[in-house]
Design a protein around this ligand. Sequence first.
Ligand code: GDD
Ligand code: MG
Length: 685
Amino acid sequence: MRIESAKQVEHFGAVRIHPVRRVLELDSGTRIPSQIKEGVEPQKIERDVITGIQQKLAIVLPIKDEDVKIFEGVLSGIPHDCLMIVTSNSQRGEIDNLKKEQEILEQFCLATNRSALIVHQKDPQLGETLADCGYNQVLDGKGLVRSGKAEGMLIGILLAMVLGKEYVGFIDTDNYIPGAVWEYAQHYAIGFSLSNSPYVMTRLLWRYKPKIAGELRFRKWGRVSEIANRYINNFISAKGKFETDVIKTANAGEHAMSLRLAKKLTYATGYGVETQELMSIFAQFSGLTPIVDKAVREKGVDIIQTETINPHIHEEKGEEHLVKDMLVPSLSVIYHNPLCEEATRQLITKHLAELECIPEGGEIPQLGMLPPPENVDADKFANLVDRHLNNYTTPKGRSLRVDLWPAARKAAEVTKQVFTDLDGTLLHPLSYSYAAALESVRELQAAGIPIVFCSAKTMAEQQVYRKELDIKDPFIIENGAAIVVPKDYFHFSFSFSRIIDDYCVIELAAPYKEVRNRLKELCEQREIQITCFGDLTTEEVSKVTGLNLMMAALAKQREYSETVMIEGNKKHVQSVLAAMKDAGLDYTFGGKFYEVSLGSDKGKAAKLLIELFKLNFGNVYTIGIGDSLNDLEMLTAVDLPMLVQTMNKRWNKLNVKNLKRVTGIGPEGWAKAASEILGGNNQGK
Ligand code: GDD
Ligand code: MG
């Protein structure tokens, strides 16, 4: 997309208001470098940049009894990478409009291979959830979410928040032109790409808003916007020496925000919502009152305005709706803002009296306000939504391709994180059972403490336990050969080696084949006898390990390391190990077998993963739980290393600083360790 070059920004405290910029070309053109040097102006925004942002963008679609054909058209205009969140307040009962909307959305998603959320504002579960999270201001006397577009938007913001999105945009569902809808979502991405601040809002100005009066007339301004813009500019002008008319989008229904900004704003109920968003930004960040939020003070807030090319044609809902539902609320939020000075107040009162919206000398009604979404207990909300997410997801049974749990953790603060070995630690050394630690696993999960497996086991084996225990955190496989991170777990992009299903895999070790080849060469050259899992049948592996057949099959699916048995006396074992070392192979002893690889390192993997956690969540306090020598590097990498007992009720001898020995074999010890972690009697805060 090409957009007019930047214009002089107007500063209002920490707020930067960008004058409207016109879009000149909807497409971004070819990536092949042109012979002719691109001019600096106008500015070009590449397609990849737009798509990259749209992947982090949720589009909230408020709907109340709109024509479903028009709704269908709107859906077709939402770019593929955006997550659609439909918040409906349509009539139920004999004529069930929600059902129709659900069907249309489902068909659309099936046809386009997408998934979406649709939730009814009056869903009792939703009301209950919000009450539990302490967000009562959005509820009516019956405990249901109140009617209103703003309330619908708020539900959308909260869902986008716990789904781990970075941005949220709004598009009305009564828009006749799917191409315009598509353009709006492009503008949102462009607005975000133009800002360097995490606190950013993009608001759209329509080039034309045609009216049909005999013939099609391309009107530039709506009446409500003209008046609302005038008074909001009045408000800003009165605060400085210079008059301004920079705001052209006072009540832009089509707008988008970074969630970091959206979380901080106070929202007006009903149609005053968009004007109030601006007033809330000015009230908090224009410096008229002290700016308490240090991060915002430093980074500033960008308000970006862009002008669209497609005309905006939507349902006409009548003159009375315009004035009563839209103009009065819009001006009311300016009027009632504590920072609004008397002169602007008088002008607003006069104007509304002239339009006969209020009686001469009458009061301007004050709107209810919805407090900033950051006041909602996000972790609790995510937990509750997690339970009901299936009811809101379309098509039924298909995953949203976003994992609510890690997303919830993004919203919550992660302050502690646990690395754990599996065999002999979380799993009993003989029975492989985690039963004794199950309750503790649940307690850590409830406290939002990620549990990262760090073990010699393969990806396939670890998946079994992750699934059983409902653990959704990253994991380290085959003794540090690779780190497996669920897509979307972290907030930022990092480099990884490959994607397997829904995971980004960071590989640190060479592939299995190379390890096998090197072992084979070694055995031939030095005439050494060893047994490799790769040469055994599943039954044989099951026999030597005591694993059941299924787990034995999974244990054979090695991608980076080979499990080796070395038989014979100590001296023989030592000489084989020395030969492996000479050949450049790494090995660790897991209690029964040797894991041989080219580059696996539990410590290195743990350190790298800790870096990622810290980048995402800030200063995280790390804990490691292990049982044997092959946990040494992992335990050295963490803040609090903990050791459980082995079968003989003793602790393995490990030289690790500040090592905390807990009583209990394997999972029993693990449970003790967990209760210490939860007790907070370590210094991790
Ligand atoms: N979820 C939900 N709940 N949606 C609602 C509700 C509600 O109670 N009421 C209306 N909507 C939906 C409508 O179905 C439509 O998609 C959208 O919200 C906007 O409502 P309209 O009634 O069509 O508003 P408008 O066209 O007069 O005004 C629009 O543009 C203005 C700017 O020109 C709105 O977006 C305004 O908020 C905006 O200020
Ligand atoms: Mg409308």
